[in-house]
Design a protein around this ligand. Structure first.
Ligand SMILES: [Zn+2]
Length: 339
């Protein structure tokens, strides 16, 4: 199987976005939040079949771990109540996609984070999505402030109640920021990649996995700048008197393959152990155009991986085996279906 661990519902039907706009408007005016919109199954089918599902099949993958549109999480907008309502609406929509296409999609949830609000407020939604909706992981935003980094680092104890729940449910988190409200940081071009790099450095500095030996994070977008600067991080680990990265961080952290050119993928696979790489494309996402140099879509990351001519064993790890390890509930769900 080929499992794409990084897909967002970037093409959700228009009423979903209009609801969000009405919600923000109501919040600004101090009015009651609007009712949820009606979205038909046909609208969902059309939005998926012409986009993610079509591309998944065309590109030869089998399944996508699917979550709400990351840039639209916008945890910095509104307050706790706004975020709770929006998050529920987004996750319920993912559940509907999964129910319509159970062979092709499995859910990962957004969390109702909000700046200054304890992460414990996100536990109930994680439990609902995993226990009731059958989701297999979550997207955790290390910076709900949208580019101002007002939260404590991920290794701070304030995050622990949530990590305890992740461990209990045996689900990983993809460390994933959302939109940027700081003009210095373009959302997908700077804020995302900064956050990936920042999260890794926080994990290096801290001792989180001593307290949570089975906690797992996927750092997307190829691990940000980390693989390219791997020597810097190995050196810093040494200087900061941390154990070697292989045992200090890399038993618990995985990078996806959302790197949109061949030399970047070459480097990722050369530097990072094969057991720590999970296939992802983030389509239809940040860079959805065709590379004029190759004639292929930038986000058709399978092409770059196939060009590596990996051994069958390594190929299986990247496309399937590692994802089953990182997302055990996915593995259980697939096995229950004889896959
Ligand atoms: Zn993403």
């Amino acid at each position: 199987m080929i499992i794409d661990c990084h897909g967002h519902y970037t093409t959700a039907p228009e009423p979903h976005q209009l609801f969000r706009e009405a919600q923000i408007e109501a919040f600004k005016k101090g009015e009651a939040l609007p009712e949820l919109p009606h979205i038909s199954d046909d609208q969902i089918r059309e939005s998926v079949e012409t986009n993610q599902l079509r591309l998944l099949k065309e590109r030869g993958a089998d399944m996508t771990i699917f979550s709400p549109r990351a840039s639209a999480m916008a945890h910095h907008v509104g307050d706790d109540a706004v975020s709770q309502q929006w998050t529920r609406a987004c996750n319920d929509l993912i559940k509907r996609v999964v129910d319509l296409y159970p062979d092709y999609f499995i859910g990962v949830c957004q969390l109702p984070q909000s700046p200054g609000v304890p992460i414990s407020h996100s536990i109930a939604e994680l439990e609902r999505c995993v226990n009731e909706l059958g989701f297999v992981g979550c997207n955790l935003n290390p910076d709900p402030s949208g580019g101002h980094w007002t939260s404590a680092p991920l290794t701070d104890r304030s995050w622990y109640p949530f990590f305890e729940k992740m461990v209990e449910l045996d689900v990983p988190a993809m460390v994933h920021v959302s939109g940027s409200c700081n003009n210095n940081f373009h959302a997908t071009g700077a804020h995302y990649i900064n956050a990936d790099t920042t999260a890794f450095m926080q994990l290096l500095q801290g001792d989180l996995f001593k307290d949570f030996p089975t906690l797992r994070f996927v750092i997307p977008h190829g691990g940000g700048a980390v693989p390219y600067h791997w020597g810097r991080y190995r050196g810093l680990a040494d200087m900061l008197k941390r154990p070697p990265l292989a045992e200090h961080v890399m038993k618990n952290v995985f990078f996806d393959t959302c790197v949109y050119h061949q030399p970047g993928i070459d480097l990722l696979f050369r530097v990072i152990d094969i057991d720590n790489i999970v296939f992802g494309s983030e389509m239809v996402g940040a860079v959805r155009c065709i590379d004029p140099e190759t004639g292929n879509y930038f986000d058709d990351t399978k092409i770059y991986i196939d060009a590596l001519n990996l051994s069958e064993q390594d190929r299986d790890k990247v496309y399937e085996g590692n994802a089953r390890r990182v997302y055990p509930r996915l593995d259980v769900s697939l096995k229950a279906r004889g896959k």
